[in-house]
Design a protein around this ligand. Structure first.
Ligand SMILES: *[C@@H]1O[C@H](CO)[C@@H](O)[C@H](O)[C@H]1NC(C)=O
Ligand SMILES: *[C@@H]1O[C@H](CO)[C@@H](O)[C@H](O)[C@H]1NC(C)=O
Ligand SMILES: *[C@@H]1O[C@H](CO)[C@@H](O)[C@H](O)[C@H]1NC(C)=O
Ligand SMILES: *[C@@H]1O[C@H](CO)[C@@H](O)[C@H](O)[C@H]1NC(C)=O
Ligand SMILES: *[C@@H]1O[C@H](CO)[C@@H](O)[C@H](O)[C@H]1NC(C)=O
Ligand SMILES: *[C@@H]1O[C@H](CO)[C@@H](O)[C@H](O)[C@H]1NC(C)=O
Ligand SMILES: *[C@@H]1O[C@H](CO)[C@@H](O)[C@H](O)[C@H]1NC(C)=O
Ligand SMILES: *[C@@H]1O[C@H](CO)[C@@H](O)[C@H](O)[C@H]1NC(C)=O
Ligand SMILES: *[C@@H]1O[C@H](CO)[C@@H](O)[C@H](O)[C@H]1NC(C)=O
Length: 803
């Protein structure tokens, strides 16, 4: 029995892997570009934590703040350092900081966290300064960076703790900052430092252990018919007050304040009278705690109402490995704040407070609103003139009842695997005259995902590895005018172009990439950037929504390879698919080859076991990719198998079979097979890729065995004999155990994954699908067993305890 259990577990893992090899990969990047050493890189020995960045297109520099250093780098080539200034903590400050129990070399240093433009020549800079934040003015003139030396108090403008997330913004000469105002980090504030300084109340209903992420400014007074004010928007996560749950739940929020706010006269003196917050909704498939906002980017439009905030969300529970991007329009956020209902607290028996929708009368002028023409008509020119009733209301009820819903009702992108960290979005005018919003999203392991949502279809054009070592992207900036991205990590900054069309070498590659920046230039016969097309744009081909290659010249047929066939031997025929979204299909004598006891199809080729004379003939490997509902089909390898009588050394297939048995033995004895480090026991020399293929053959063989095992288990299950094994039937049939009611796993009815020769379904923006991406960067990665529930049509294992 225990052997059987071990086997089932190993099988579960293997099956997942099998699936990932075969197909059904939702929001898997179509291509992966590994680290390229020619990317421009900036780092200085001994300097770390490059986490503040300011792009100055006007000055042609990227300003970069690190630990105890600020740099001005050439915007076209960040390896080219124009100037640097060092701002180290004094020995005295460092000592004070260590006395307070902080780590001298880690926390008691000066981390530059704030870099803002004041005017053409002047910048505002703040650093943590050994848990004693300070700010200063800095100029960049005549190729020199100079600190003014007139240090200002940085408390509330910059965090004490270098590890704390924080956000700030310069509007005119006023600094808006969201951080902790004390050493312990227990007093969060949203502060405006100016002649009329304002801050939030120290009340948990205003801010409760927040994590500030992003701030931006919108000039909403521009052609506003009702004389509205400009606003500052802030994104953060905090402890939820509106949920009744046995433990703390974090929620994501958007908050806003009015630029013209001056505080109240008696109530809310020197406090915001316009602070409103609402929950951000970005629902992931399946039941989960609310996801947490990690970064935001404001994609501005000419009409500010149409501007869109793109936000990256990650799961609250570390078990889940799904991240998402949701977009929120300014108009939808305004609607909640300007017209939505409020939440209010009510005391329930046990001195416990519950937040519910406020249904009573809302005072006039509306609490939290900016001063507008109507108020001015009534003689209320400033927030100081607002009546106490309005101010008391907002002091006690800053939270809106309704959450802000994302633009398309759900995520624009869902990605399984390493978590997403930072986002920027670029608008690209394509040849079809439409504008596409291309998302560049940094990950925790040092990749940039380049993704588009084509009318609801989620599509990752490519993922690009930007750091040599897997490090989190900590800051991501875009210069749209230069077509460059800048990605900072703890150890350095990398510059990357928004596109490199020359990587697509054929017309079909170019079209199928569906990259809005790239088009096939028929006259020059190369894939070019849309902005630099050589001749007439009529000669250029691009098909973003359809990926229609019919305008491309037919590709040259692939040359056939002759292979000697020795009856009784195994033969392995390699075949590489043309994209990570494609799957391979084999044909032999005009018939499709299916995986059977004789044939094993795996991602890198076909294995024919125990060949006979009847196996001689032509084999075709077709790489098939689904684009929307159409199939793109390209023959990528052709083999002619001819009978040969000459003795040849054993083919790798045999070795693989041996290895498969070895793997199975390891599995049966309880230890996990370590596929990465264990070399197959073969005597011959092997290339790395050869070894991988063999592993996959082994995996494929084992998987087949597993399939039969699963069939047996399912049979048992159906008979109701094996209740402890949490495999349920797919929900098509009425019989069989249903998932627990709180487990609202959405079945995608159209995308039943066939066990063999599975079908690919593109990523779509609706929520009822699952993402399967188990193969990470060429490494074999086995996610926790709980994730098996994502194998649609196979069933669920809800958690390990059920096994
Ligand atoms: C960028 O600048 C560095 C240092 O000045 C130089 O070595 C490198 O060749 C430059 N790269 C490009 C692409 O110009
Ligand atoms: C820029 O701002 C600084 C600090 O406020 C000020 O001293 C300086 O005169 C300003 N320069 C210009 C050109 O406005
Ligand atoms: C600064 O970088 C170092 C080296 O990568 C890292 O260990 C440390 O955690 C970073 N510090 C902060 C405050 O992020
Ligand atoms: C409000 O502003 C208007 C015009 O600017 C002025 O006439 C009026 O006296 C002001 N009211 C108050 C209460 O300050
Ligand atoms: C674009 O890709 C090609 C091929 O990988 C590479 O040689 C070239 O340097 C890249 N160009 C840029 C600007 O990164
Ligand atoms: C692809 O493009 C060709 C010519 O532009 C057109 O005739 C054909 O209908 C298109 N196919 C699809 C599926 O859109
Ligand atoms: C290989 O095929 C031959 C003929 O079909 C059969 O006699 C032999 O037992 C097979 N060998 C294996 C290892 O399956
Ligand atoms: C791919 O094309 C070949 C002929 O070019 C055809 O025989 C095969 O069935 C096609 N495969 C798919 C999956 O459409
Ligand atoms: C195996 O590889 C090593 C180093 O790559 C080489 O020196 C050796 O000759 C190879 N052996 C065979 C049998 O090919």
């Amino acid at each position: 029995m225990s052997l059987l259990l071990t086997l089932s577990i190993v099988c579960g893992l293997m099956l997942q892997h099998y699936f990932s090899l075969l197909s059904a990969q939702y929001c898997v990047p179509r291509k992966t570009v590994n680290y390229q050493s020619h990317l421009n890189l900036f780092k200085e020995d001994g300097i770390f934590n490059y986490s503040a960045m300011l792009i100055r297109d006007d000055l042609g520099v990227v300003l970069l703040g690190a630990r105890e250093a600020i740099y001005a780098l050439d915007i076209n080539n960040i390896s080219d350092q124009k100037a640097a200034v060092y701002w180290r903590v004094t020995a005295e400050k460092q000592r004070e900081c260590t006395y307070k129990g902080k780590h001298a070399e880690v926390e008691c240093r000066n981390y530059i966290r704030t870099l803002h433009r004041v005017n053409d020549t002047t910048l505002y800079v703040c650093g943590t300064n050994a848990f004693s934040p300070v700010c200063d003015y800095m100029t960049f003139a005549n190729g020199q960076l100079t600190l003014s030396g007139k240090q200002e108090e940085g408390k509330g403008k910059c965090p004490f703790d270098p590890f704390q997330r924080y956000s700030s913004l310069m509007v005119g000469t006023e600094l808006y900052s969201a951080t902790s105002i004390n050493f312990l980090g227990s007093e969060p504030v949203i502060l405006r430092s100016s002649n009329s300084a304002l801050r939030t109340e120290f009340k948990s209903s205003w801010l409760s252990e927040p994590n500030f992420v992003y701030m931006d400014f919108l000039e909403e007074s521009l052609d506003s018919p009702d004389g509205d004010d400009d606003k500052v928007y802030l994104f953060f996560s905090e402890n939820a007050m509106e949920y009744d749950f046995y433990r703390k739940v974090t929620v994501s929020r958007v908050a806003r304040v009015c630029k013209g706010d001056m505080g109240g006269q008696r109530t809310l003196q020197k406090r915001w009278t316009s602070f409103l917050k609402a929950r951000l909704d970005c629902s992931f498939p399946g039941p989960s705690l609310p996801p947490i906002v990690q970064d935001v980017f404001l994609l501005r439009q000419k009409d500010w109402r149409k501007s869109v905030f793109y936000a990256v969300f990650t799961p609250q529970s570390s078990l889940s490995q799904i991240s998402a991007v949701c977009a929120f329009t300014v108009a939808s956020i305004r609607e909640i704040f300007n017209e939505g209902k409020f939440k209010t607290s009510v005391a329930v028996e046990t001195s416990h407070v519950k937040w519910v929708m406020y249904t009573g009368e809302v005072p006039e002028p509306r609490p939290g609103a900016c001063i507008n023409n109507m108020d001015r008509k009534k003689g209320m020119n400033r927030s100081l003139d607002l009546p106490d009733k309005t101010l008391q209301f907002i002091r006690d009820r800053p939270l809106m009842d309704e959450a802000v819903r994302p633009l398309t009702g759900g995520p624009l992108l869902l990605k399984r695997g390493p978590l997403l960290t930072r986002i920027v979005v670029d608008s690209v005018l394509a040849l079809d005259g439409d504008t596409y919003n291309v998302m560049f999203i940094g990950t925790e392991n040092g990749y940039i995902q380049k993704a588009v949502n084509f009318d609801g279809e989620m599509f990752i054009i490519e993922q690009i590895q930007v750091y040599e070592n897997p490090e989190a992207v900590k800051v991501l900036r875009l210069s749209s005018s230069k077509g460059q991205l800048y990605a900072g990590s703890e150890s350095g900054v990398v510059q990357m172009p928004v596109s490199n069309c020359s990587r697509y070498q054929s017309c079909e590659d170019c079209i199928l990439s569906r990259d809005p920046y790239c088009a096939w230039d028929s006259s020059a016969e190369r894939c070019s950037s849309v902005s630099s097309l050589s001749a007439s744009p009529e000669a250029a081909v691009q098909s973003l929504k359809e990926g229609n290659v019919s305008q491309c010249p037919p590709p040259d047929p692939v040359p056939a390879v002759d292979v000697a066939l020795i009856p009784g031997n195994n033969i392995q025929l390699p075949c590489q698919r043309h994209s990570d979204l494609a799957e391979v299909h084999w044909r032999f004598s005009d018939l499709q080859v299916l995986s059977t006891h004789k044939y094993y199809i795996y991602s890198d080729g076909l294995l024919i076991l125990n060949t006979t004379a009847s196996d001689a003939g032509s084999y075709f490997c077709d790489s098939v990719e689904q684009i929307n509902s159409r199939m793109y089909n390209r023959t990528v390898a052709v083999y002619h198998l001819q009978i040969s009588s000459e003795p040849v050394s054993p083919t790798p297939g045999i070795a693989a079979t041996k290895y498969f048995i070895q793997t199975l033995k390891t599995a049966a004895t309880g230890s996990q097979p370590d596929l990465e480090s264990e070399d197959p026991p073969t005597p011959e020399n092997q290339s790395d890729s050869g070894r991988m293929s063999r592993l996959e053959v082994a995996v494929a063989l084992l998987s087949l065995l597993c399939l039969s095992l699963v069939a047996v288990i399912l049979w048992f299950w159906k008979r109701g004999h094996w209740k402890c094994f949490g495999l349920a039937q797919s929900s098509k049939g009425g019989e069989g155990k249903r998932p627990p009611s709180d487990y609202t796993h959405n079945q995608n009815r159209n995308s039943e994954i066939k066990l063999l020769g599975a079908e690919v379904k593109p990523c779509t923006a609706n929520n009822n699908h699952t993402t399967v991406d188990f193969k990470k960067n060429g490494e074999y990665h086995f996610p926790p067993l709980a994730n098996i529930s994502n194998l649609n049509g196979l069933g669920y294992i809800h958690d390990e305890s059920e096994i």
